[in-house]
Every structure is written in structure tokens, then in C-alpha cells.
Design a binder for this molecule. Structure first.
Ligand SMILES: Cc1cc2nc3c(=O)[nH]c(=O)nc-3n(C[C@H](O)[C@H](O)[C@H](O)COP(=O)(O)OP(=O)(O)OC[C@H]3O[C@@H](n4cnc5c(N)ncnc54)[C@H](O)[C@@H]3O)c2cc1C
Length: 101
């Protein structure tokens, strides 16, 4: 399944950003895509309205830096799960995971 690079980053703009799958599409094998998208919206709103940043570009840049780091970590987790769930012994691995082992 296609996914975005876990270490991606880009120069922030003052009038445009991306959230959700548009910014960090990842395999669905951790059940985190919607969580990431909702957290993006929350963090972006805090950066834009919290009064911490003196201009839009800085606010968007701070948001994107945090989002890319967080989404990259979760992308790596989804890639590990993708491999586990398509490997021989997937059922045992999944039972162990849900059993906390
Ligand atoms: C099989 C599968 C299982 C998944 N399971 C889970 C799960 O269990 N838990 C979880 O958290 N996540 C899961 N995900 C991931 C989750 O669905 C996505 O991460 C989430 O939907 C991303 O939300 P989004 O709003 O960024 O994008 P989307 O939900 O894709 O929304 C984008 C919207 O933009 C619209 N659009 C596209 N182009 C245009 C255009 N040019 N003009 C206007 N509108 C446009 C689309 O029609 C769509 O409605 C799963 C994904 C898949 C494929």
C-alpha cells in the first residue's frame, strides 16, 4: 500500500497547509489515520489561535513540524503492523499483541 515518507518535511507557507491523509497517508493497519487527522485539526487550531506565534507562517511552520514528526512515528508503526499482519504466523502475532505480549 502506498504511504508517504515517514521523514518528510517541507518549507512552510503563510497561506496554505495540509492535514489528514493529504499530509500523511499511511497504511490502515494501526487504526490511527482518523486519530491523526483529528489531532492535526486540533493542533493547527491551537497554533493559529493560541497567541504563541507572531505571524501565520511561523504558526503554520510550528504545526507542520509537530505534525510531520508525530505522523512519521505512526507511519512507522503502521508499516511494522502491515508487515506483521501479512507474514506467516500473523494470527499468533496478533493474539500476542492484543494479549499485551
Ligand atoms: C481500508 C481502510 C481502513 C481504515 N481503517 C481505519 C481505522 O480503523 N481507524 C482510523 O483511524 N483510520 C482508518 N483508516 C484511515 C482513515 O480512513 C483516514 O486516515 C481518514 O479518513 C483521513 O481523513 P481525511 O479527512 O484526511 O481524508 P478523507 O477521509 O479521504 O477525506 C477527504 C475528502 O475530500 C474529498 N475530496 C477529494 N478530492 C476533492 C476535490 N478535488 N474537491 C472536493 N473534495 C475532494 C473526498 O471525496 C473525501 O470526502 C482506514 C483507511 C482505509 C483505506
Amino acid at each position: 500500500m502506498y504511504h508517504f515518507p515517514p521523514d518528510q518535511c517541507w518549507e512552510p507557507l503563510s497561506n496554505l497547509t495540509m492535514i489528514g491523509d493529504a499530509a500523511h497517508r499511511m497504511p490502515p493497519y494501526a487504526g490511527e489515520g482518523v486519530n491523526m487527522a483529528m489531532l492535526d485539526a486540533l493542533e493547527l487550531s491551537v497554533c493559529l489561535t493560541g497567541g504563541e506565534y507572531h505571524d501565520l507562517r511561523t504558526a503554520i511552520g510550528a504545526f507542520e513540524k509537530s505534525m510531520c514528526r508525530r505522523a512519521g512515528e505512526v507511519t512507522l508503526m503502521t508499516l511494522a503492523n502491515t508487515e506483521m499482519l501479512h507474514a506467516p504466523g500473523a494470527l499468533q502475532a496478533m493474539l500476542a499483541m492484543f494479549g499485551g505480549q
